[in-house]
Ligand binder design. Sequence first.
Ligand code: FAD
Length: 479
Amino acid sequence: MRGPGGGRNPVPRRDPRSSPDQGVPQPGRPPRGRAGPPSVQDNKDYERITARGVLAVIALGAAAVIALWWYTTPDISGFGGWLTGAGEILGLLAGYGVVVLVALMARLPPLERGIGTDQLARWHAMGGRYVVCLVVAHGLLILWGYALEAHTTVVSETATLLTQYPDVLMATVAGFLLLGVGIISMRAVRRRVRYETWYYLHLYTYLAIALAFSHQFAVGQSFINNLAARFWWSAMYLTVAVLVLWYRVMVPLRAFTRHEYTVIGVKSEGPGVISVYIGGKHLDELAAEPGQFFRWRFLTRSLWWSSHPYSLSAAPGTDVLRITAKDIGDHSQALSRLRPGTRVIAEGPYGAFTAGRSGRGVLLLAGGVGITPLRAMFSTLPGPVTLIYRASSEQDIVFREELDAIAAARGATVYYLVGSRAEIGGDPLSPKMLRSLVPGLEQQEAYVCGPPGMISAAVEALRAAGVPRRQIHFESFEF
Ligand SMILES: Cc1cc2nc3c(=O)[nH]c(=O)nc-3n(C[C@H](O)[C@H](O)[C@H](O)COP(=O)(O)OP(=O)(O)OC[C@H]3O[C@@H](n4cnc5c(N)ncnc54)[C@H](O)[C@@H]3O)c2cc1C
């Protein structure tokens, strides 16, 4: 263990055009493109308000869907009628739910900035489970209800529905596609498939939505004789489709031509860790903040087809951005082979893991390559900052010189907690250890980034050490 970390290394001179800050501290410097940073509290209030607002809008939408069913459904009679009615409500909610799920992933800036990509992804995953259940229940209840009403068996009613009802066959295929996507997204299954396999299979959701759309109007009780309902329902689907196209396709392409992102260099930071410097024009317009990430698509023969998220590992400059990656798989390994001049499509900035001016001190807690966004924040956060960097070996520590230089210049403290528990002499993230390293810990804003296990342990330890939940912020490198 070592600390405080500042004071030994000379501070390199800084050319303002050659940003990002490469080890040069700029304490209190506001992020570019803004009049000044919001306070941490402002950020968190904004996140809370945005999250509550979005959930309220989703709930209102669901209430409107139930109202639509209520006003467009004639009197229900018999058990079969109730089953059919229940199946219709669930179908309507599923039709609405898929639109919400897609909207959450449409990369809408207010949601990305106000709620954060990882939170949106969690909502999307949870909502996805509900929607798949709604779809399955919708199909089963409708089948059963129709069969009872027609005084026939479920098997024969299935055949009738698939062959004689318009668009129901397509909708059934869509239902199975959604079920398949739901199954491969289950944690136990997802762990066994490659990320790319899961991702591309997941895109079949769009096909499922397209296939299922028409049966809603062709056989849906709420739409058949209701032009206004058909209009508003279509408008909802169309709006979200346009938003997806705009934010997931057009905006990145526009940014590609406007900013002309190009790799300008690759630097080894240690065993298996490299930094990629990406040059570009008008980068101040991005208003990117330390702590945020982009999705990077490097236009080489082997990498162009996939985009991967990497955080900025230095405060964004006016003409250079830096990311730092640990080679854990195909993509991260291939980054070391990037050549200067490679064009890049960058989507972002994304993420709500950002901070600003705060009356409180700040604790940055990094595990492994989770240092990247914290490194960017370390040089720009105003006020007293302590950085605790957990690594399994000395070689795994990246940016040591930069961190020491920043610490020295801003009078901050860096602790390197290196090695196994036995070597360190106890649990490095125990509440007791954290309290001993950071005086007044419970008053601090804590930012945690690292592997999922380390994040949960750190959050638990911080809570046990008396840090209120609202003062703990974390970024997971897994969606
Ligand atoms: C918000 C965020 C910021 C990140 N910042 C950094 C960083 O600064 N430095 C760093 O080294 N790593 C970072 N990562 C992790 C990095 O994205 C993955 O390590 C990388 O994509 C792995 O790809 P691979 O092909 O090398 O490995 P693989 O073996 O294919 O993937 C390993 C794991 O990485 C994740 N992953 C893979 N591809 C993607 C993808 N396209 N989108 C999302 N997750 C994916 C999956 O959880 C997968 O299980 C970040 C991840 C997120 C979500």
